[in-house]
Design a protein around this ligand. Structure first.
Ligand code: H79
Length: 448
């Protein structure tokens, strides 16, 4: 237990790391919120749709800084209600939230003392969004985290050689003032967020610009941990990320507590903790013409898949410029929350099985932490019977479907597995449409 671990560069034991990560590992499901001035153009510029993700419109449509600032000034989400948002999270079964304190456009959603480009000093709204949401989440027992972009298209000392349109110093070597941006802007912002907003997760992004180095990443990680030793920090604080798959390259020690697959779900194994962040349609920031919504079923199946593989699911919403979470998002979140009402014990406080996280494409496994209680989650309707190859119930135990107390008939045959009969009336009473969870007290079979 005194073995130091490489991921975080501090003298932290495996045991201390596990303690720090515990609430997050048990939480499984969080809300990602991408919100800022980009919600005003909402994917349109000069009357034409702009391709790509909505929060990138400044870059994708080549909007000059002064022109983009007009949106930032206009930003006035009169219908924003932090308690309503926290209630939507709660009802969805989400245990934490990560909201954009600052995205690549540089606009800050709180009253930053080192910036005039924020919701209080620059916009029409003049109320502290992060303060309201942090307070509302605390009331609901939801952990509060922020997404903070290292890349910044607005700050003159941060503008990067990689984005020449916003580059104050497009000379070889990039922006020479970048270290000053880190010391005098980004780090003071970290301190404000940690000290005054109860931030439990610092979720960095935009770390890929050439000005930002591995040494600065390690240093930034240590700085944030020094402000709050128990805070959690994603791996985009450093330069280790391999593309959108989001896990670290194996060839060096990189800072960060968890990996960040983006718009994808890992296969079952990794040495680093991980969280898949995903959208419900094809954008993070609100786009009025994006109606390509994934079904509630897909979202629920993703949550199960991620859980069976030992990860977390950070599911995004992109609120409108008025401050509303889009109706189709709310509707889907309600469906996920309803499913979790009966099936949550197969998701929260669970761990991966030792040998198999799935059987074929339709059955995924989870296990209660530290208990011999297993869950086989079927993605298709189990009728009239289903054989679970990798689990053996204890003798005489009751096998049930979550949401029903009716004991199901089962038989176990060595080499074949456990065959469970599910009668039509049981399925009818359960009235489930997304995924059916068998709860089995017993053991995992190593080789069927
Ligand atoms: O905030 C959302 C997006 O705006 C941001 N991340 C999510 C959470 C983002 N998504 N895509 N991109 C940013 C585009 C960046 C793509 C790349 Fe790279 C940057 C391609 C090459 C450099 C990073 C490093 C990804 C692949 C390698």
């Amino acid at each position: 237990t005194s073995e130091p671990i490489a991921v975080n560069y501090l003298e932290e034991t495996k045991k201390d790391f596990d303690t720090r990560m515990e609430w997050w590992r048990n939480a499984r499901f969080g809300m990602f919120i991408h919100w800022g001035p980009y919600a005003i153009p909402a994917g349109m510029y000069n009357g034409k749709p702009v391709d790509g993700i909505g929060e990138w419109i400044m870059n994708n449509a080549h909007i000059p800084i002064t022109e983009y600032e007009v949106y930032s000034k206009q930003f006035d989400p009169k219908k924003f209600n932090a308690d309503e948002w926290a209630m939507i999270m709660k009802e969805a079964g989400m245990k934490y939230v990560v909201i954009t304190s600052k995205h690549h456009d540089g606009f800050c959603l709180w009253d930053s003392k080192v910036s005039e480009y924020d919701i209080i000093d620059f916009s029409s709204y003049k109320k502290d969004i992060l303060k309201a949401l942090s307070t509302a989440c605390k009331k609901q027992g939801i952990k509060f985290g922020v997404y903070h972009s290292i890349m910044d298209w607005h700050h003159p000392d941060a503008q990067s050689i990689n984005y020449p349109e916003y580059n104050n110093a497009s000379k070889p070597g990039g922006n020479p003032n970048f270290p000053s941006y880190l010391e005098n802007y980004l780090k003071p912002q970290m301190k404000e967020l940690v000290d005054d907003y109860d931030v439990e997760i610092m979720w960095f992004d935009g770390e890929w610009i050439d000005e930002f180095t591995h040494d600065q990443g390690k240093e930034l990680y240590q700085y944030v941990r020094s402000l709050k030793p128990n805070i959690l920090i994603n791996n985009r604080v450093d330069k280790g990320r391999q593309g959108m798959q989001g896990m670290n390259k194996a060839d060096a020690d990189y800072a960060g507590d968890f990996g960040t697959p983006e718009q994808e779900i890992l296969e079952g194994s990794s040495t680093l903790d991980w969280e898949s962040c995903m959208t419900m349609n094809d954008t993070w920031g609100f786009k009025k013409n994006d109606h390509n919504w994934k079904s509630a079923q897909t979202l629920i199946h993703n949550l199960i898949d991620v859980t069976a593989k030992g990860g977390n699911y950070l599911l995004n919403v992109g609120p409108t410029s008025e401050g509303l979470i889009p109706g189709p998002s709310v509707e889907r979140l309600k469906a996920v929350g309803k499913w979790l009402q009966s099936n949550g014990e197969a998701i929260y406080n669970t761990e991966k099985l030792k040998n198999n996280y799935r059987q074929g494409n339709d059955i995924l496994f989870t296990k209660s932490k530290g208990k011999d209680v297993y869950y086989a989650v079927c993605l298709t309707k189990p009728k009239p019977e289903v054989t679970i190859e990798h689990l053996q119930p204890q003798e005489g135990t009751k096998v049930t479907l979550l949401g029903s107390s009716v004991p199901l008939k089962w038989t176990y045959e060595q080499g074949k597995g456990t065959t469970i009969s599910v009668s039509a009336p049981v399925l009818e009473e359960l009235n489930e449409e997304y995924a059916w969870t068998f709860k089995i007290n017993g053991n995992e079979i190593e080789n069927k």
